[in-house]
Design a protein around this ligand. Structure first.
Ligand SMILES: C[S@@+](CC[C@H](N)C(=O)[O-])C[C@H]1O[C@@H](n2cnc3c(N)ncnc32)[C@H](O)[C@@H]1O
Length: 373
């Protein structure tokens, strides 16, 4: 089953919405801003195009949706002012899966966005054209050579589907009691996940390579790992803690064991080497830069273990809300909506216990690429 049938971030603006629970993702985007600035200025100042076409892939719906685009306009506007150059026209595309809450973006967020860039930057409606593009980025989305720059944050760790081959020939689940790669997952499960990631990421690169001309650029931010082991806690602990909470509900009789045994996430956090080798093998892009950034689960910049003691509960609540906002659609479709509140109460407790040994972190990989000429 394709992910678009069951994956979407929690919509709207309620307590459990992605809009209200995406500050950890925003931290990653903010940390990468200087890199985006450098890349976009280099791109713009090479040929000063009269029209700049830019796409943000996996834009979701919330405060992060227009964050990147407005930063890019800001950067170019400042540069043009410095050089006494006329502003280019901006053609901006916001992409996500069809289930994304595009209505909220276009009905409620765009009017104030236009007002703001007009007031602050003098960029009017006739200068900045925004369009939504609903579809999977694992395939073509735009005409040939139509984009200068592609950005994607916090999205490419979602696979196009749950990997095939997670059952034996009798249809018996191989990754029982786990929902992602864990130390105890059989080797064939590791193989199936990596193969799916390689297929998906190669297709992503191939599709984008058609859409940007030679010298077109991309900046991608996705969850990943430093460690070569795909089940290392730095990239899988948030899911192991969720599997633990699901198994607790099984013991209580609140959900069926078979449902947990057959549930696997369409997610993969690659290592730097895996990304590098997939980019090289696909061959359309050259890798310009790699960075690894850590995002603390409590949303702080603080690594001081002494002050951390006091933040353990807040941190657990923070990460629990974040994981709920991104995974509730999948969990509800497998286990039913009634279990979700109880599931995340347990999850929060598991995160508190887990963090008694230290602060939890997400590892984000940042890659910058140029289309080979
Ligand atoms: C965690 S949100 C990230 C939103 C925003 N970019 C940010 O950084 O906060 C991930 C988004 O990727 C989208 N997504 C996942 N798979 C996708 C695909 N194959 N094609 C397009 N969008 C996808 C999801 O629907 C979701 O809105």
């Amino acid at each position: 089953m394709e992910v678009q049938q069951f994956l979407h971030m929690n919509g709207g603006e309620g307590e459990t919405s992605y809009a209200n629970n995406s500050t950890l993702q925003r931290m990653a985007i903010t940390k990468v801003r200087p890199i985006v600035e450098e890349v976009i200025l280099d791109l713009y100042c090479t040929s000063f195009p009269k029209k700049l076409s830019i796409a943000d892939l996996g834009c979701s719906s919330g405060p992060n949706t227009l964050f990147v685009i407005s930063h890019i306009i800001d950067t170019i506007e400042k540069k043009c002012r410095q050089l006494g150059h006329p502003l280019p026209e901006f053609q901006m595309f916001l992409n996500d899966l069809p289930g994304n809450d595009f209505n909220t973006i276009f009905r409620y967020m765009l009017p104030s966005f236009y007002e703001k860039i007009n007031e602050e930057k003098g960029v009017g409606l006739e200068q900045c054209f925004l369009a939504g593009v609903a579809g999977s980025f694992y395939g073509r989305l735009f005409p040939s050579k139509s984009l200068h720059f592609i950005h994607s944050s916090n999205s490419l760790h979602w696979l196009s589907q749950v990997p095939q081959g997670l059952q034996d020939e009798m249809g018996i689940p191989l990754n029982k009691g786990r929902i992602y790669l864990a130390k105890t997952s059989p080797p064939s499960v590791f193989k199936a996940y990596f193969a799916q990631f390689q297929r998906d990421f190669s297709l992503f690169l191939k599709s984008r390579s058609e859409e940007v001309p030679g010298d077109g650029r991309m900046v991608l931010i996705l969850c990943g790992r430093r460690n070569s082991d795909p089940s290392s806690s730095e990239c899988s602990s948030q899911w192991e803690l969720l599997a633990q909470a699901l198994n607790d509900l099984v013991s209580q009789g609140a959900i069926e064991k078979e449902k947990v045994d057959s549930f696997n996430l369409p997610y993969y956090a690659p290592s730097i080497q895996e990304l590098e080798s997939t980019v090289e093998k696909e061959g359309s892009f050259s890798l310009d830069r790699f960075e690894v950034i850590d995002i603390n689960w409590d949303g702080s910049e603080d690594d001081n273990e002494e002050t951390f003691e006091f933040d353990k509960l807040a941190s657990a609540q923070n990460v629990s809300k974040c994981i709920r906002a991104v995974s509730e659609s999948m969990l509800a479709s497998q286990f039913g909506e009634v279990t979700i509140d109880e599931l995340f109460r347990r999850y929060e407790q598991n995160v508190v216990e887990y963090q008694s040994n230290g602060k939890g972190k997400f590892i984000n990989l940042v890659i910058c690429m140029t289309r080979k000429g």
